[in-house]
Design a binder for this molecule. Structure first.
Ligand code: PEP
Ligand code: MN
Length: 495
């Protein structure tokens, strides 16, 4: 800490400041400059002399090291990991996925959710038993009954459980039933609660306050650490900004900032961060991409009926899609390393079925290719100024696919498949038409192909979009019905 004195500071003011520092058991080193005096304060706990800032003759205090000593990476360069039950969070451990309802509502609800999220690969179960609601009339949670149900779900599934604590007096009860205590955004600056959970033997999940700066958040962590609990995991859950399109603004930049300033693990909560179901999956993937050690998401068996945060809760299949996305991007993988056994060989029957799937995939690829070749051939039989494609034929095809007697696929899923096939066929047609036009006009075919690829939907685009769920069945149908959306002016026609 450096104390900068005013240029006109009197000798007795300088002495008074030195004495105030000495009263706190700290030493000052005085540097006399041409214009003013500057004092360095050394020792542990320099924060204790902050009050000298208001003394006569003092211009300003300059802090040299971080105020959050225990949380800071300055004195702890290696990343910390926090163990919750049998799950390791941070320091290079596999991405942690904490999933479960906003609030525990009933035995059936929490058990069904626990079984489902476990089956999909979640590593911890979440569920609020004491809910800090904005309205005193809203559902406040099941209280201790909710904690007991969580413990029961852990018993059956083996998933460690995390739940929010709102009252310092409840620490012992929480210690008995849950594996990790959550301090919610609304309580991030509840210093009595922070000290209380600092005395718990359970790890703490500390959410960032609604309007907290990163430094305030890390100081909250410091309260817990300095009370004797070294197991703190931070969680970015969105902050309040002027933006109204989302419930909060998920501050993803906080993740790398926090990873630079502290050694503590950090999670991202895309549910509270966005408040809208369709935004949860992309922001969960984004959280993993910016380096979060895990994500925490709300999942409910019947989201529209959820008693709290229904708008942002994922259904079971939506949570499955999110996990698929994380796996596809390889944020989730089998843990490797010493002591971890390789996954066992799948049983014979499963291997046989997978071999058949490989065979079907190869045939699908060949058929899609053949279809695209035929559509290019059809397009070549048309006059060069014959533009537009056969909307009627495409609509019929989609309707036929949707209307066919279904097996395991829904009508929407069959529509999605055919919409994707039509799109890639049209892409191939456009590329071929552009190549022909360029050849006729003297440009190299490569130029033309590149131009089309840059300006239009490439086959890869189409496939990626469908894979990412971007082409909704209704969106696809609309697109098919409107040639202008998909087809740039004078090329392409439906087979
Ligand atoms: C919750 O996790 O359900 C919750 C209330 O979160 P936050 O404190 O981030 O609003
Ligand atoms: Mn919630």
């Amino acid at each position: 800490m450096i104390i900068v004195m005013r240029t006109e500071a009197l000798q007795e003011e300088i002495e008074a400041v030195r004495e105030a520092v000495a009263d706190e058991g700290l030493e000052t080193y005085v540097m006399v400059g041409a214009e003013r005096i500057v004092m360095g304060v050394v020792g542990t706990g320099v924060e204790r002399v902050q009050h000298v800032e208001g003394m006569p003759g003092v211009e300003q205090l300059i802090r040299v090291s971080k105020p959050y000593k225990l949380a800071s990476s300055e004195h702890h360069p290696d990343r910390s990991s926090v163990r919750v039950g049998n799950v390791e969070i941070g320091a290079g451990a596999p991405l942690v996925v904490i999933a479960g309802p906003c609030a525990v509502e009933s035995r059936d609800q929490i058990m069904a959710t626990a079984r489902w999220v476990k089956r999909e690969g979640a590593t911890l179960l979440r569920g609020g038993a004491f809910k800090p609601r904005s309205s005193p009339y809203a559902f406040q949670g099941l209280g201790i009954e909710g904690l007991k149900l969580l413990a029961e779900a852990r018993e059956e599934t083996g998933l460690p459980v995390v739940s929010e604590i709102t009252d310092p007096a409840d620490v012992e009860t929480f210690d008995r039933y849950v594996d990790m205590l959550q301090v919610g955004a609304r309580n991030m600056a509840n210093f009595v609660l922070l000290r209380a959970v600092g005395q718990s033997r359970r790890p703490v999940l500390l959410k960032r306050g609604l309007s907290a700066t990163i430094e305030e958040w890390l100081m909250a962590a410091e309260y817990i650490l300095s009370s004797g609990n070294p197991n703190v995991v931070l969680c970015e859950r969105g902050i309040r900004t002027f933006e109204m399109a989302t419930r909060n603004t998920l501050d993803l930049s906080a993740v790398p900032v926090v990873r630079e300033r502290t050694h503590l693990p950090v999670l991202v909560d895309p549910s509270h961060g966005t408040g809208h179901r369709p935004l949860v999956r992309p922001l969960a993937v984004a959280g993993a991409a910016v380096g979060a050690d895990g994500i925490i998401v709300e999942v409910h068996p019947d989201p529209p009926m959820a008693r709290s945060d229904s708008e942002q809760s994922l259904s079971f299949p939506e949570f499955g899609d999110l996990m698929d996305d994380l796996r596809r991007h390889e944020y989730l993988r089998h843990p490797t390393g010493p002591g971890v056994t390789a996954p066992a060989q799948p049983p014979m029957e499963r291997r046989r079925l997978r071999a058949r799937i490989d065979d079907v995939d190869a045939r699908i690829a060949a058929l899609v290719e053949e279809r695209a070749e035929l559509s290019v051939a059809v397009q070549q039989t048309r006059a060069s100024d014959d533009h537009g494609h056969d909307v009627e034929r495409e609509r019929e095809l989609i309707e036929r696919a949707a209307g066919a007697d279904g097996g395991v696929l829904t009508a929407e899923e069959r529509e999605m498949v055919f919409a994707a096939i039509l799109r890639v066929s049209r892409s191939a047609q456009r590329r071929s038409a552009a190549t022909a036009a360029a050849a006729a006009g003297g440009a190299t075919p490569q130029d033309a192909a590149t131009e089309v690829a840059a300006g239009g939907a490439t086959p890869q685009d189409a496939a990626t979009e469908v894979a990412a769920g971007g082409a909704t069945p209704s969106g696809a149908a609309t697109e098919v019905a409107d040639p202008d959306v998909a087809i740039p002016s004078n090329n392409g026609s439906a087979p």
